[in-house]
Design a protein around this ligand. Structure first.
Ligand SMILES: Nc1nc2c(c(=O)[nH]1)N[C@H]1C(S)=C(S)[C@@H](COP(=O)(O)OP(=O)(O)OC[C@H]3O[C@@H](n4cnc5c(=O)[nH]c(N)nc54)[C@H](O)[C@@H]3O)O[C@H]1N2
Ligand SMILES: Nc1nc2c(c(=O)[nH]1)N[C@H]1C(S)=C(S)[C@@H](COP(=O)(O)OP(=O)(O)OC[C@H]3O[C@@H](n4cnc5c(=O)[nH]c(N)nc54)[C@H](O)[C@@H]3O)O[C@H]1N2
Ligand code: SF4
Ligand SMILES: [Mo]
Length: 717
């Protein structure tokens, strides 16, 4: 059992990017007969959560004491079973196999896959480890599935990518908030405290094909729920921008002073008059006019996007269209107004800054930029030419596993790809072709269960480090208790592997030293952390990056200028693409996917918490009653949801909270219950984001089919 250290430790929730503050209080000596939690969790006052936590946060400590935690390295033996082994044996095997494959096929035959849940220190070290210990260009991470479209759009328009360029508390005084494709009431429950003002002012407008828990918040007062067909947000946004320009509602002074590119935008939206937009999106023209006028009339307007609009083949352009609307209204950088995107994973922001991305070096530097390479090579103590060039984005990396030009060994840190990757059967097949799959995790996730080597690592409350929240605020994760005997930190694992690979440079063990190195590597970059240290963060300072040496940080970006050299925001005209997949017959429906309050991502963690698993024990498909009646589907009945990629048998949840032409599956369930058996791996050409939010499916009653094994309630208990 883990042994607690200090009596009370102030830290943050292990799950999402809201990074709610919590205190962990160690409980009395652990009783072997009736095991108790090693720590009690309490919400702590903090600007984002104001003491509140959601039920995932409240129950997060249960995972520290789970009996099925990994505590010993595992290797696959000759009979195909995973068996316990020593750390030396496991690490020797990984290093010798990596060296052999590197000799035979070159360093790019080895891939590394990271995660947006890793601390800044681990994410930084993983990027460095891939590039200089292995020498591969092939590193990417699950943030590609998450924030890549919003990031690409932010970089293009503003010259920088910080999800919220203002502190969350600024939203409190908003009178109008347009929330596109985000279900914060389930995905970040304490967040809705910041929407109360807009709600009271009648200014909450939620755009979602489903009447989600968040959309229901608009039902009080004059709020609005706009319900477009999935994947039509780009047209919707072009239509809103058309109305703003046509009705003379644009902020002409702001456009002249702070932006460039307006003429192209005028041309690109001119053909998107409201009735035409209605015919594509299904949103009535009067509603479109009402939304545009409300956004323009309010003096405290925010536009925010979530994965619903970003996880599409046109995700970057859709996020760009939202930015264009915000720019035309003069919102970014104006006090009391703004534009932002809601980062998802715990360290989804920091995780996309320090070098896990295939084209990136620390400090959000481009790996192709000679000056950036020189700077980072110096910090790493390696010749500049030894740093590889750009690698492959996640889908391209995962879809060519084991193929001649693909990777033959894959090291996974912080992702459960056999559940969460798009068109997941392709990835499952590819993993089977690898010569070596190494998964580092604290549980035997479904991906770890397929590995050749499994390396057990520390959980959040057992390690020191930093996370960067959705506000771009760098915060301290603190150790509250020792890890179980046998478990090692990822910094230690990288240190040991680097030594065995005879790597150049240093792979430090102490997170505060790694942070100092990260800070130096980031100096002068866009995401500059050089003025920060663990000691400074421990003072409780609200540290929003950029935080160069001698600065007090940057809570609000864009107040004076944008990050492009000329200080201006770029208005980039965008047009709807030819859609890769859309329903063609009455039999076909649009599938969209997303989240439930109780489960986190691939569910490896939350399916292990009885309270959460009891509340949402199995996958279901949400169908409108009229559609269900037409197809002979009944509430609770089994339904086959299928397309050319795969088929799922699931229970129907029949309710009027979704469009007739759309069905919804949560993606938290593994095996034959995985929504990703049906999703497409077509990607956005700019960001590499796959289309998780739109696929074509057929539904039919499947009364006689057995329930998929993976969804059997309590499968992990
Ligand atoms: N409970 C819980 N919370 C989480 C997570 C979790 O797994 N579980 N994950 C965290 C992470 S990593 C992330 S990225 C965030 C994600 O947070 P959100 O973006 O809020 O999550 P989603 O449920 O993926 O999508 C939001 C909404 O988009 C809608 N939607 C689907 N398709 C479309 C579309 O084409 N257009 C529009 N306008 N809307 C559409 C869905 O109906 C859904 O209600 O949540 C974070 N918080
Ligand atoms: N259909 C569909 N698919 C989706 C999405 C969707 O909306 N629809 N959303 C996408 C999005 S936004 C995201 S972010 C991805 C997320 O999907 P995944 O990348 O699969 O994320 P998790 O389920 O959080 O997996 C994290 C794994 O790493 C482990 N872990 C947690 N912390 C650490 C750590 O510090 N170190 C190590 N080594 N392991 C750790 C956990 O136990 C877990 O097994 O899913 C994507 N997939
Ligand atoms: S909202 Fe996010 S950070 Fe807050 S308690 Fe829930 S999962 Fe944790
Ligand atoms: Mo995400």
């Amino acid at each position: 059992m883990p042994r607690p250290t200090a009596p009370v430790t102030d830290t943050h929730c292990p799950y999402c990017a809201l990074q709610c503050a919590m205190s962990l209080t160690r409980t009395a000596a652990v009783d072997a007969v009736a095991p108790r939690l090693p720590v009690d969790v309490a919400g702590r006052d903090f600007p984002t959560n104001r003491g509140g936590l959601c039920k995932k946060g409240w129950t997060s400590a249960e995972l520290l004491a789970r009996g099925d935690r990994l505590t010993t390295p595992l290797v696959r033996d000759a009979t195909g079973e995973l068996v316990e082994t020593s750390w030396d044996a496991a690490l020797d095997l990984v290093a010798s196999t990596v060296l052999r494959i590197r000799d035979e096929r070159g360093a790019d035959a080895i891939g590394v896959f990271g995660g947006g849940g890793l601390t800044n220190e681990k994410a930084y070290q993983l990027g460095k480890f891939a590039r200089i210990a292995i020498g591969t260009s092939r590193i990417d991470y699950n943030g590609r599935f998450c924030m890549s479209s919003a990031a690409a759009a932010g970089n293009r328009a503003f010259g920088i990518d910080r999800g919220l360029p203002f502190p969350l508390e600024d939203l409190d005084s908003a009178s109008t908030v347009l929330l596109l494709g985000s279900n914060v009431a389930e995905t970040m429950p304490p967040f809705i405290g910041h929407l109360v003002g807009a709600q009271a002012a009648g200014g909450l407008i939620v755009v979602d094909p489903r009447r989600s828990a968040t959309a229901r918040l608009t039902e009080t007062g004059r709020g609005l729920h706009v319900q477009p067909a999935p994947g039509t947000d780009l047209v919707l946004l072009l239509g809103l921008t058309h109305i703003v320009l046509a009705e003379g509602l644009a902020d002409e002074a702001y456009l002249a002073e702070r932006t460039t590119g307006l003429d192209g935008l005028r041309r690109s939206v001119s053909a998107w008059w409201p009735e035409r937009v209605q015919s594509v999106t299904g949103v009535p023209a009067p509603v479109l006019r009402d939304v545009a006028r409300r956004l323009a009339a309010s003096d405290g307007t925010y536009i925010l996007t979530g994965r619903g609009v970003e996880q599409h083949v046109d995700g970057t352009d859709t996020a760009t269209a939202a930015i264009n609307l915000a720019l035309v209204l003069g919102l970014p950088g104006r006090p009391g107004s703004g534009y932002g995107t809601l980062t998802g994973q715990g360290n989804g922001q920091g995780g996309r800054e320090h070098g896990q991305k295939c084209d990136q070096l620390p400090g959000y530097r481009k790996i192709t930029d000679p000056e950036a390479r020189r700077h980072v090579a110096e910090v790493w103590g390696v010749p500049v030419e030894s740093i590889p060039g750009p690698g492959l984005p996640a889908v391209a990396l995962l879809n060519r596993l084991g193929e001649p030009d693909g990777v033959h060994a894959l090291l996974v840190h912080g992702s459960n790809v056999v559940v969460s990757a798009p068109n997941v059967q392709t990835v499952r097949d590819g993993l089977g072709r690898l010569e070596l799959l190494v998964v580092c995790d604290f549980f035997l996730s479904e991906t770890a269960a397929l590995a050749d080597v499994v390396l057990p690592t520390t959980q959040w409350a057992e390690e020191e480090g930093t996370m960067t929240s959705l506000e771009g605020r760098v915060i301290r994760r603190r150790r509250a208790l020792d890890a179980p005997v046998g478990v090692r930190s990822e910094l230690w694992i990288m240190h040991e592997l680097a030594r065995r690979l005879d790597a150049p440079g240093r792979f430090e063990l102490d997170p505060s030293i790694v942070f100092d190195e990260l800070a130096a590597a980031s100096a002068g970059g866009l995401a500059d952390y050089s003025g920060l240290s663990h000691a400074l963060l421990d003072t409780g300072l609200a540290a929003h990056w950029p935080f160069p040496v001698g600065s007090g940080g940057t809570p609000r970006l864009f107040t004076e200028r944008f990050a492009h050299d000329d200080g201006l925001a770029r208005i980039v005209p965008v047009r709807p693409p030819k859609v890769s997949e859309s329903p063609e017959t009455g039999e076909e429906l649009t599938l969209t996917t997303g989240r439930l309050l109780e489960h986190y991502q691939s569910g490896t963690q939350t399916r292990r918490v009885p309270e959460l698993d009891d509340a949402r024990p199995e996958v279901f498909v949400q169908v409108h009653p009229a559609t269900a009646a037409r197809l002979g589907i009944v509430e609770g009945g089994l339904v086959e949801v299928s397309n050319r990629r795969g088929a799922l048998t699931v229970r129907a949840s029949v309710d009027g909270d979704i469009r007739h032409d759309t069905v919804f599956l949560p993606f938290h369930y593994p095996g034959d219950a995985s929504a990703n058996l049906l999703t497409q791996d077509a990607v956005d050409p700019i960001s590499g984001m796959p289309d998780f939010k739109r696929a074509v499916v057929r539904l039919r009653p499947a009364a006689d089919a057995p329930l998929p094994e993976a969804t059997a309630p309590g499968a992990l208990r």
